[in-house]
Design a protein around this ligand. Structure first.
Ligand code: AHG
Ligand code: MN
Ligand code: MN
Length: 339
């Protein structure tokens, strides 16, 4: 597919590659594209309208929700449920998964979606990039019946597609269906995404490390040792520290420039902070499709067996060789029993 094709054209040509495809996945990606444009419009207005501040609710993880979190959640939930192209959806902002029953109670759709509707929400009121992360699986329970928890607790290696939208200096939609990673940039004047970054690949090596180093004192010894290594004077080191505080934006930069992102366990958050199903698995799928490596410091993220919807895990991802070195440092210390 040539550069500057639109996302719409790309989706259609991609569908032709799958013989006998029902077009369900294409319709689903199309709906995400639509919701992304609506949320993008609202994110861009954030400084203009009275949408800043907490919405007053607290989500299941005990975090204050910003108004735009609620808005983005509503838009994605509505767009995906109204169009009846999936049979279930789980969101970081909802306590439980939602079953989508068709008009007459029947729903033969095969896909489920897991979503972090607004990632990096603490950055909204300071005009810094935020994002949306999505993950798509085929249900494993019987078609036509209500979805079950087990449909959502599949290993990340079962993902059919995953991606993110970064609402940045320009807005991009980046996704994979398991055949590499492609990035599309929105032309806001006409509301069209264009293929701007075909076949995105993590450089095998990089010189950026991204971690909230303010929590250093609480980090496991393996992470502390690795950070020392990043800061030593040797070959291409010391590396540069870059941390936006939006996983989507930190990831996007590292994929283009080469780097490693780490959100480890800590004495404050013994299981880490990021959610396996809404954040780590989709990012891990993209990482591997782009030639990078993603793990919990010890094992491949995509092979972790999920046990609950809002499960948190430590996350190491980025340039293959950088993550491999970080894992070597982790090996020298036994895995924390709490994780
Ligand atoms: P969310 O806004 O969806 O809750 O996610 C925020 C996440 C992630 O995007 C970011 O990398 C990380 O939290 C930042 O956490 P710290 O502020 O602890 O560094
Ligand atoms: Mn998030
Ligand atoms: Mn979020």
């Amino acid at each position: 597919m040539k550069k500057h094709s639109t996302l719409g054209e790309y989706i259609i040509s991609n569908q032709r590659k799958f013989k006998g495809s029902s077009g369900e996945l294409s319709r689903l990606i199309n709906s995400i594209r639509l919701a992304a444009k609506v949320v993008n419009h609202e994110v861009n207005k954030a400084g203009l309208v009275d949408i800043l501040g907490d919405a007053g609710d607290t989500n299941i993880q005990g975090e204050d929700q910003q108004k735009l979190d609620v808005y983005a959640n509503d838009i994605f939930m509505q767009t995906l449920t109204n169009r009846q192209i999936i049979c279930g959806i789980a969101s970081e902002e909802e306590d439980d998964f939602v079953t989508i029953s068709g008009d007459n109670g029947n729903n033969d759709n095969k896909y489920i979606v897991l979503i972090d509707p607004l990632d990096g929400s603490s950055n909204i009121d300071v005009n810094v990039s935020v994002g949306t992360i999505f993950s798509i699986y085929k249900r494993i329970t019987k078609s036509g019946t209500p979805v079950q928890l087990e449909d959502f607790l599949q290993e990340g290696n079962q993902q059919i597609a995953a991606g993110y939208i970064v609402y940045g200096t320009s807005t991009m939609l980046v996704y994979t269906t398991g055949h590499g990673v492609n990035g599309f940039t929105l032309n806001p004047a006409i509301g069209t995404f264009y293929l701007s970054h075909p076949d995105m690949m993590f450089p095998e090596n990089g010189t950026i490390y991204s971690i909230n180093e303010g929590n250093y004192i609480h980090f496991p010894q393996g992470v502390k040792d690795y950070l020392k290594y990043c800061q030593e004077e040797e070959n291409d080191r010391p590396y540069s520290a870059r941390y936006i505080g939006s996983l989507v934006s930190d990831f996007h930069r590292n994929m283009i420039k080469g780097g490693i992102y780490i959100y480890p366990t800590s004495t404050k958050s013994p299981k880490g902070k990021l959610r396996l199903l809404y954040e780590c698995n989709p990012m891990a799928f993209l990482t591997e499709q782009a030639g990078g490596k993603a793990s919990d410091g010890y094992m491949r993220t995509l092979d972790i067996k999920p046990t609950e919807l809002h499960q948190r895990v430590p996350f190491f991802c980025g340039s293959k060789n950088m993550v491999a070195v970080a894992e070597e440092f982790m090996k020298n210390h036994p895995k924390d029993a709490t994780y």
